[in-house]
Design a protein around this ligand. Structure first.
Ligand code: ADE
Length: 483
C-alpha cells in the first residue's frame, strides 16, 4: 500500500514511522510512506502558505493553491482516496480502518491553523475524518493514528495472521485481560484457567471476561454485541438455511442494517456483501432502500428480491403506474433496482460436528503469490484479482505432489469455503476430499462452523459434501453481482 501524507511538518511523520512494526513494513516494502511538504509547493516568493479568512475570524487558513499542487504531485490529479483530518469529520473506527486497508493508495491531508480553504477540499478530499471529540493543533497526529490502525490490517504487516482479528473491537467486544510469567507476582496469581491447558475453558473464560468488561466500560458496544447475539439466536432456529448470516455475524464480519422479526438485512463492509431475507416483497422493498450504496453483491433468500434487483426499470424521474393506473413516483430502492444480475443459485452446506476430519493427502500447504498464475488459470468463476486477494489473506491452500501443485481450496471473501479444484490427471484419488477436509479443519480451529455454497445441479459437489459429513439447506440462496 502506498501512503502519502501532505503536511507542513514532514519531519513529524518521518520520525514517527522509522521504527517499530510500521517502520519494518516500510523497509520490507509492504508499505510505502511518503511525506510531502506542502510549503514546497507554494508559489509565493516567501513560501507563504496561509492567509486571513474572508469575512473575518480568528487565525489563518491554508490556501488552496499549495495544497492542491502538493496533492496533484502525488495523485496526478486523479481521484485517489484522500482523507482530510478534521474535528468536523466522521468518527474514525475499526470498520473504517478495515475498509481503508483495502485501498492500494491513500492520501492524508493534514490541516493546520484554523483549517483549509473549502474549495480545494471540495476538489480533492473523499473522506473527512475525526479521531475524536477534541481539538488538536494539527492533522499530523490524527493522520499517524489512522495510518497505524490501517497499516496493521494490511496483509504481511503483522507477522501473525490471526492477531489482527482477535483483539479489541473485533466482534464489538473489548479484549479480555492477558497474563504472562511469573505465575505469581506481588502475591497476585494468574487466573488458574489460563494454566489449565483446556482450550475450550480458556476460550469460554476469555469471552466472559470480554463481555463483562465491555458491558462495564463500553455499554454502546455491548448493546450492539447483544443485539447481534439475539439475532444469531433467532437464526439458529433454522441454522442450515441461515448459516451464511449466522457465520457472518458470529465471525464479527457483518453489521445489522435492519432486523424486525423475519426481515433481516446484514452487511459485510469488508467485502461489500449484503445478505437479505424478507418475509414479504413489501418488507424486502423497504430493506433494499437501506442497503448500503456500495453493495457489490447481494445474497438473497427470496426470488422476489431478485426481481427488484435485476429489473430493468424506468430511469431518473420517470414514473410508473400502480395497479389502479395512477401515476406513482418511480422507486429505485436506494439505487439498487436493476443494478444487479443473478450469478448463481446455491444450496448451503454446513459441517456441524466439532471434530476435525482425517486428511489423507499429506502435502497440503498455504499458497503464496508464486502460485497465483496457476490458481487463477484453473479457477474460472472469479477473476485473477479476486484469487490474488484470497492468497494475500492467507486463506488458500494447495495439494502438492513433489513440487507440483495438483489442486487447491480456499475461503471466499465472505467466509464460505470453496475455490476447490483438482487437476484432471489427479482426480479420483481423494485429493478433493483431503483439500476440503483440510480447509474444514482450519475453520474449526478458529471456533467457526465451516459452510459452503454449491450451485444447484452440481451433483458431483453435492456427493463430495455429503461424503465429508456436511448437510444441505432445504432452501436455496441467490448470489447477485453488480452489473
Ligand atoms: N485536527 C485537529 N483535531 C483533530 C481531530 N480530533 N481529529 C482529526 N483531525 C484533527
Amino acid at each position: 500500500m502506498k501512503i502519502h501524507i501532505l503536511t507542513l511538518f514532514p519531519e513529524m511523520i518521518e520520525g514517527c514511522f522509522k521504527s517499530s512494526i510500521i517502520g519494518r513494513a516500510a523497509q520490507k516494502e509492504i508499505l510505502s510512506l511518503h511525506a510531502v511538504d506542502i510549503r514546497e509547493y507554494s508559489t509565493d516568493k516567501h513560501k507563504k502558505v496561509d492567509d486571513y479568512p474572508y469575512g473575518g475570524g480568528a487565525g489563518m487558513l491554508l490556501q488552496a493553491q499549495p495544497v492542491y499542487d502538493a496533492w496533484k504531485s502525488v495523485t496526478g490529479g486523479e481521484r485517489v482516496r484522500t482523507v482530510y483530518l478534521t474535528p468536523q469529520g466522521v468518527p474514525f473506527s475499526q470498520n473504517m480502518a478495515a475498509e481503508l486497508a483495502e485501498e492500494p493508495e491513500l492520501v492524508f491531508l493534514c490541516g493546520h491553523y484554523e483549517g483549509i480553504d473549502q474549495r480545494v477540499l471540495e476538489e480533492t478530499v473523499t473522506d473527512y475524518v475525526s479521531i475524536g471529540d477534541y481539538v488538536l493543533t494539527g492533522g499530523e497526529l490524527p493522520a499517524m493514528v489512522m495510518i497505524d490502525a490501517v497499516a496493521r490490517l494490511v496483509p504481511g504487516v503483522l507477522g501473525n495472521d490471526s492477531s489482527a482479528e482477535e483483539e479489541s473491537f473485533f466482534n464489538d467486544l473489548l479484549e479480555y485481560p492477558q497474563y504472562t510469567r511469573p505465575e505469581v507476582w506481588h502475591g497476585r496469581k494468574a487466573p488458574e484457567v489460563l494454566l489449565s491447558g483446556d482450550h475450550r475453558r480458556i476460550t469460554q473464560w476469555r469471552l466472559e471476561q470480554s463481555e463483562h468488561l465491555t458491558e462495564k466500560v463500553r455499554p454502546d458496544l455491548y448493546g450492539r454485541y447483544e443485539r447481534k447475539q439475539r439475532l444469531v439466536g433467532q437464526l439458529l432456529k433454522d441454522k442450515r438455511n441461515h448459516i451464511h448470516m449466522i457465520e457472518s455475524l458470529r465471525r464479527g464480519r457483518a453489521e445489522i442494517i435492519w432486523w424486525e422479526g423475519e426481515d433481516i438485512l446484514i452487511y459485510d463492509r469488508k467485502c461489500a456483501v449484503c445478505m437479505i431475507t424478507a418475509s414479504s416483497r413489501k418488507a424486502g422493498e423497504k430493506m433494499l432502500e437501506l442497503a448500503p450504496a456500495e453493495t457489490e453483491t447481494f445474497v438473497s433468500s427470496q426470488e422476489y428480491l431478485n426481481e427488484i434487483l435485476c429489473a430493468d426499470g424506468p430511469t431518473g424521474a420517470q414514473r410508473e403506474q400502480d395497479a389502479c393506473g395512477n401515476s406513482a413516483v418511480f422507486r429505485d430502492f436506494g439505487g439498487h433496482r436493476g443494478r444487479y444480475e443473478v450469478h448463481s443459485q446455491c444450496y448451503q452446506f454446513l459441517y456441524t460436528p466439532k471434530v476435525p476430519l482425517p486428511v489423507k493427502h499429506k502435502d497440503i500447504r498455504k499458497l503464496t503469490l508464486e502460485h497465483l498464475d496457476s490458481v487463477s488459470g484453473h479457477y474460472s468463476y472469479e477473476g485473477r484479482e479476486y484469487v490474488e486477494g484470497r492468497i494475500r489473506e492467507g486463506v488458500m491452500y494447495g495439494a502438492f505432489v513433489g513440487d507440483l501443485l495438483v489442486g487447491f481450496v480456499g475461503m471466499h471473501n465472505e467466509g464460505s469455503l470453496g475455490l476447490l479444484h483438482v487437476a484432471d490427471a489427479y482426480r479420483r484419488q481423494g485429493i478433493a476430499v483431503s483439500l476440503e477436509a483440510y480447509m474444514i479443519n482450519r475453520i474449526l480451529e478458529k471456533g467457526w462452523i465451516p459452510y459452503g455454497h454449491v450451485i444447484v445441479g452440481n451433483e458431483m459437489s453435492f456427493a463430495l459434501q455429503e461424503k465429508l459429513g456436511l448437510y444441505r439447506s432445504s432452501r436455496t440462496v441467490w448470489w447477485l453481482e453488480r452489473k
